[in-house]
Design a protein around this ligand. Structure first.
Ligand SMILES: Cc1cc2nc3c(=O)[nH]c(=O)nc-3n(C[C@H](O)[C@H](O)[C@H](O)COP(=O)(O)O)c2cc1C
Length: 369
């Protein structure tokens, strides 16, 4: 049904307009109590065996919505209603900013992929914090808050910008993510170098602890798939050294070559981050590498090219405690999160593992024993 609808309606629309339209429908549906209760009852994860815990937070299922879809935290209940068990909002920057000029989002339908150069369009940390502060949650969803650098802030002052966002947003974050991996803010990815990352993560940790005294706000870092293997290892080691709670692997890629893209060259050439199916192999590889390095010392979140339950299961076996997705939602539609949770429960039942936690990293442990 959704695929017919996608081909007839969404595919003919500008991708960003289609996003806003779908987003409006989700928000509207979530405002109607009977409708949202009905939809949530049908789509929310309710497989006991999928209950899991990540960085001290209890979840009904491991699959959540990746950052970038709900940048301003306006549809957390709507996304939760559709079966995403955690919702990562943002990226939120210290100051509000419009992002890059349009057109800045492209669909590579033949590749089941997207290219975006949105450039962190968002309402800024003050407005998003105010929204979260007054939010009356309908569903008990884990809300991650993903923060990034305001474009106008020079790289040398990046720490201050992240700290400002942390001070404003940490009180409302079930977990906090330092995003240093978007390709669409000039210089941002330089912050992944350990000399820059160490002071940044330390300052965000300190700010979160200072502002939120009554609980530990889990802190994660989100990395790019384009890091060289040694740099992945360096971030992993730094995360362990600093006592970080998690690493999210991965953001979108700037790579285009060697991944067999089938879409028209004019589309493939668009500047920005590529996401969806073509990212699958590299994201999985980075995840496996991270797990081999950090094992169970740090929680890993797998994202990038997840299309179905099998992909999500492969990420869990490769070391992910949680999995996330974005691009395939555009192609698969509103029943996608439910299908993933349902398929994961079926895989777990027929696997040799008693719990989801037992399956985490099992493939990597096998090859490293
Ligand atoms: C349109 C679009 C906007 C995105 N914006 C953000 C963002 O603001 N912050 C972020 O950390 N990741 C952002 N991402 C990256 C996703 O969170 C995710 O890491 C990436 O798309 C890989 O997952 P996928 O293949 O399931 O889409 C964005 C992705 C897309 C497609």
């Amino acid at each position: 049904m959704y695929k017919i609808f996608f081909n007839l309606v969404f595919k003919r629309m500008d991708p960003e307009r289609a996003h806003h339209l779908a987003f409006r429908w989700i928000r509207l549906a979530a405002r109607v109590p009977v409708l949202r209760t009905f939809v949530a009852a049908a789509l929310a994860p309710r497989h006991k065996e999928l209950r899991t815990e990540a960085f001290g937070l209890r979840m009904h299922g491991p699959f959540g919505l990746a950052a970038g879809f709900d940048k301003n935290a306006v549809a957390v209940d709507g996304m939760s209603m559709l079966g995403f068990d955690h919702v990562e909002i943002g990226t939120v920057t210290g100051e509000a900013q419009p992002g890059n000029p349009r057109k800045r989002l492209f669909r590579l339908v033949k590749d089941r992929a997207l290219i975006n150069r949105m450039g962190f369009n968002n309402e800024g940390s003050l407005a998003v914090a105010a929204r979260l502060a007054t939010r009356e949650p309908v569903f008990r969803t884990v809300v991650g808050v993903n923060i990034g650098k305001t474009k106008a802030v020079p790289e040398a002052e990046a720490v201050g910008d992240y700290v400002k966002s942390t001070e404003r947003l940490a009180p409302y974050a079930d977990y906090l993510v330092v995003n240093v991996s978007s390709p669409n803010t000039p210089g941002l990815r330089n912050l992944q170098a350990t000399e820059a990352l160490r002071p940044l993560l330390s300052a965000v940790r300190e700010a979160a602890d200072r502002i939120v005294a009554n609980r530990h706000v889990p802190l994660l870092v989100k990395i790019a798939p384009d890091l060289a293997d040694e740099d992945v290892d360096a971030v992993a080691d730094l995360a362990v050294e600093l006592g970080l709670d998690g690493i999210i692997a991965t953001n979108t890629t700037i790579a285009r070559d060697g991944i067999g893209l089938k879409s028209e060259p004019s589309l493939v050439k668009e500047t920005g981050g590529l996401s969806g199916a073509p990212l699958k192999a590299r994201s999985l590889e980075v995840l496996r590498r991270l797990y081999a390095r950090v094992g169970d010392r740090i929680t890993l979140v797998g994202v990038g090219g997840i299309e179905n339950a099998e992909d999500a299961w492969q990420r869990i076996l490769a070391g992910a405690t949680l999995v996330q997705g974005y691009s395939a939602f555009v192609y698969e539609g509103p029943f996608w999160a439910r299908a993933i949770h349902k398929g994961l429960a079926a895989r777990l039942r027929t696997s040799p593992y008693a719990t989801l936690a037992d399956a985490v990293g099992a493939d990597v442990r096998k090859t490293t024993v």
